[in-house]
Design a protein around this ligand. Sequence first.
Ligand SMILES: Nc1ncnc2c1ncn2[C@@H]1O[C@H](COP(=O)(O)OP(=O)(O)OP(=O)(O)O)[C@@H](O)[C@H]1O
Ligand SMILES: [Mg+2]
Length: 301
Amino acid sequence: MLAGMALITEIAAAFRGSLRRSVYSAGLLGLRRASTMREVVELRNVTFRRDNKEILHDVSFTVRQGEHWAMLGSNGAGKSTVLGFCGAVTHPTTGTVQVLGNRLGRVDIQTLRRSIGHVNPRHPLRSPLTVREVVLSGLAGSVDLPPRWQATGDETVRADRLIDMLGLADKAALRWPTLSQGERGRALIARALIVEPRLLLLDEPSTGLDVAAREQLLETVDLLEQTHPELASIVVTHHLEELPTTTSHALLLKQGRVVAAGTALDVLTTENVSEAFDHPINVDHQDGRWSARAARLSRTA
Ligand SMILES: Nc1ncnc2c1ncn2[C@@H]1O[C@H](COP(=O)(O)OP(=O)(O)OP(=O)(O)O)[C@@H](O)[C@H]1O
Ligand SMILES: [Mg+2]
């Protein structure tokens, strides 16, 4: 189990140390240094075509250091596809994508992926890896462990420390198919953290989590703003209630087009959210948390 503030503080400390190391390791890997760069992700006029169908149309937005973005839109709007560009997983058909100062298509994406933490609850794992192996696969930059890839002793110690921090110490040797949805979610967060990321991508991280686990996850994400002012994050969700209070910016997608992109307060309005979901929705923002309810005609007795 995640164990409250002590655990969160420990995660924050690990992040603090990891950010310093990541700036150093980014230099070693030949990527641009964080200190000289503010843009973390930049999409310009991106289109994406598959099977003769245009899935994304002219998508542009920029995520900078320290910004915490939410990406919202209905099923099939293109959120995961956009996140795939941000995570250097897919290339656009036209337009340009810059990630951590490197243009996709001109940089070794395996190298780039090692500076990005990507949490996808529908992790497409084919082999029954253990929790420890899943966490280590983040370092390998692949879903399955590549043949002949071997973690160093230090990497295994770091993996175990993260597994412990996320409350999975007694599950480290369990295999993926036997884990609950919440356990998988926590293992995937540990997997994202082990790359010491400068960009954290979370694709519907609350999927399958109970309400307490969801709130703990949100607290952990929220804390990053204080501990890692340079870290940028993008959270994909269908639910405004699942947005961390630190959400600073938002992108609304509808059928592969941007409805609105910018600061959360400007973008997450009743008008824009209703437009994005093609349904009248009242948006509320109280004590830093967002909520949405279908706008209904008032009933008479
Ligand atoms: N490789 C692909 N080949 C064909 N169609 C694809 C491919 N990738 C995505 N699509 C289609 O593009 C559209 C957008 O998909 P995407 O997964 O990005 O949506 P999403 O907003 O993440 O949806 P959800 O909320 O259901 O996760 C969908 O209609 C999907 O079927
Ligand atoms: Mg998706």
